[in-house]
Structures are given as C-alpha cells and as structure tokens.
Ligand binder design. Sequence first.
Ligand code: 4AD
Ligand code: MG
Length: 448
Amino acid sequence: MAEEVGIERIADYVGEEVTIKGWLYAKTGKGKLQFLQVRDGTGVIQCVVFKKEVTPEVFEDARSLTQESSLIITGMVRADERAPGIPGGHEIGVSDLNVVQCVTEEYPITPKEHGIDFLMQHRHLWIRSSRQWSALRVRATVIKAIRDWLDSQGFLLMDTPILTPAACEGTTTLFETDYHGTPAYLSQSGQLYNEANIMAFGRVYCFGPTFRAEKSKTRRHIQEFWMVEPEAAYVDLWENLKIQEQFVSYIVQTTLRERQSELESLGRDVSRLEKIEPPFPRIHYDEALEMINRAAAKGTTVPPEDEPLPAIAWGDDFGAPHETYVAEQFEKPVFVHHYPSQVKAFYMAQEPERPETCRSADLLAPEGYGEIIGGGERSSDLEYLERQIERHDLPREAYEWYLDLRRYGSVPHSGFGLGIERTVMWICGLQHIRETIPFPRLLGRIYP
Ligand code: 4AD
Ligand code: MG
C-alpha cells in the first residue's frame, strides 16, 4: 500500500509511490497523455497519466474527468523543475486512479474571468481557487504567529465577551441586538475588559471576532473582523510601540518563511516585506499633518486611483488618502502618535504637556494598506475619564465597573488592537479586504 501524503510534503517522497486524495483542479490532455492538476487542500500537483502505464479503465476515467471531480490517485513522485503546481517542482506518474465523484454539472467557476458579484455569490466554491486558497493559508499562519509570539512573551489569553452592554469605539458603528428585553451590542473591541484583566493577570490578550456597522463601502472595511488585542499593566506609550514593532516583525518574517509558495502564487513582491524589522519610524501627528499639507499644496495625488490628496486642518482625522500618503514616505510601517483627543476614543490618556492631544498611536502599513493597528496609553485618571464619558455622551451606569479600575490600584497601562484582515491584506498584497477571510460580511451582503 502506498503511503497517503499531503502535497505540501511531496518533496520528501521523491522516488516513492504515494496516494493523494483530492479534487481535479484543471486538466489538459493530448492523445496518450493526460495532465491532471490535482489539489488536496495542502497544495496543487501535476499528475501525469500515460496510457501505457495504466489500465484502459483508468485511462478512460482520467480522460473523461471533469473539473472539481473528487478522486484518489496513486503514483510515483518525480522531481521536475518545470512541473507546475503549488509548491511546484514535482509531479506524480499515475499508476492508479479512483474517482470518488465525477461532477456531471458544469462547475460555476471556470478559468474565464468572472465578475466580483458572481464570485462573492459563489464564495463557498471560490475559496478552492488558488489565489483565495493561498491568501487564506497565509491568514492561518499569521494567526498562528500572533498566538505563538504573545504566548512566548508572557501574554495570557483571556476571552472577552461578544455580547456587551456598552460601546468601546464610539456609538455610531454598533450592531444592536436584544438581550432578553435589554439592548445589547456585538463587541467592537475587547479592550475595556482587558483593562480589567491586566489588573489581575499583568499581561493579557484577547483574540476574537469584532463587529462594526460600517456604513460605507471601502476596500479596507468589513462588518465582522478579527482583532488581536494585547494589553499590559505598567507599560507606557513608548514601550507599547516597542512591543508592537517586534510583534509585527515576527508575524511578517514567520509568514515569509512558512508561506513562500503561497506568496509566490499570489505574485507578491516579498522584497519589501523582507525589510520589516524593528525599529519602525515614529512621527508626531503634527509632523504628519505638515507632511500632508505640504504635499497637498503641491497637488500631490495618491494611489490606487491617483486621487488628489486633500489638505486637512489640525484636529481632523486622517482619511484613507492621508494614511496612504504618510505611509508611502517610509519603507517600513510608521507609527503616527499623539492624535488630537477629539478624533480618538474616550479612554485615551491625555498628554500632560499638550492636553489637546492623547497618548495614542496608529501603525500605518506601507504600500497603501493604511492603519493596521490602533492603540495607545489608557487614561488612569478617574476624573478625566468621568468627564470624557460625559463628553462622548456615553451612559455612565454602563461604565461604572470600568471606573472602578481607576479606584482600586490604578496603574499606567497600554495596549493595542491589530486587525487580522488588514494585516493579511498587506502581507498578501491584495487589493480588497474581502479576500482575507473565508466568508466576509460586507455591506449589503450576508450570503453565503
Ligand atoms: O483602531 P481601532 O478601532 O482600535 C480599537 O478597537 C482599540 N480598542 C484596540 C485596542 O487598543 N485594544 O481598531 C483596531 C484595528 C484597526 O487598526 C484595523 O486594523 C482594524 O482593527 N479594524 C478593521 N478592520 C477591518 N474592518 C473594519 N471595519 C475595521 N475597523 C478596525
Ligand atoms: Mg483606529
């Protein structure tokens, strides 16, 4: 009996007979030779069926196979540099083939071009296509790298609730639901709970789905996304940035090492990612603003649509073109710190020397990918937070427990949230966030 192996490990079996279980991805044939591109979930490999080497029944099965038919193949592994596939470089000389299901209807996703609506409507099948498959394999590795790094650095995993009584990131993007007669909201962030958790455990992180009822369609926003949120006691803004640059560098370098063939199949130019290592540049909001306005005055345009960069006033938040422009000035991700308090959430610590600014920082990814991390130092000042809750028009009762954290053993502390989909989008070099999660929740679409 041949050993059953996954295509991603095929290089270890050259000269041996193996069995693979998968699906027909594509096929070309001429006369006595049939070339089957077979995928098994771990990769794609070329399987060569030569009429002389199989029974007439097997050859006929191979000849009549249709796209996405499921099959079990046995054959000899050969190294061949020219063989296509993911990772490529090997093929199987087929000795036996067993059709599990021969697809009789035409498979909806053919090698021709399809519109995005059609593909999204068939997302349950689209994920089998090599680009989608590659991006989702990268996603899994990004997530594993995140967990490995945080676990190894003494951050303890703490799960935070998904049903919550109050907003963390402003009331305009809340998804409301009914909690036995009381309104509740799907979590926008686990941060506030993690601020409680660190006073018990020191360093923690939560990692879960988060929800934002984003009312506009952009390439970078989805309604349901996954966020990892580390939080640490006795860490100030600057130490927080050091943690972030090490964390992000580890994620990028691990993915480059472990997902080479997927990134290659996505056509990603990895040379820019290879440079991602600490330290990352840090610029003050004031500096970023000056940079933007200088460029705007010269009529600078920004990719991908070459739209003009709009000038902004002090106190304005950055839009996508501003983030793109600032990030373009650097090879590595850049921290923009000390945003005006008025554009950030209520919990941000005030900067004592510049009280109109806060000890926040966003990390902007290069190549136009924009903000991948939002974070900062949290206010530990009870009275300031009481005023902020009022100023942001938040219901005080819902935050009473949060204020307790400033009454009993308050300490300086910081944290951040990294968006998984934005990070995967950047690492894979994708144009749209919808390809970074198996079943994206987009404005106006909840099927499949
Ligand atoms: O900047 P945000 O809103 O920060 C927070 O939620 C903090 N409470 C995190 C913390 O400090 N613990 O979101 C953090 C990140 C963004 O930088 C972005 O990567 C991602 O979450 N993000 C989204 N990703 C996709 N679609 C959306 N609608 C997103 N909104 C935020
Ligand atoms: Mg943000």
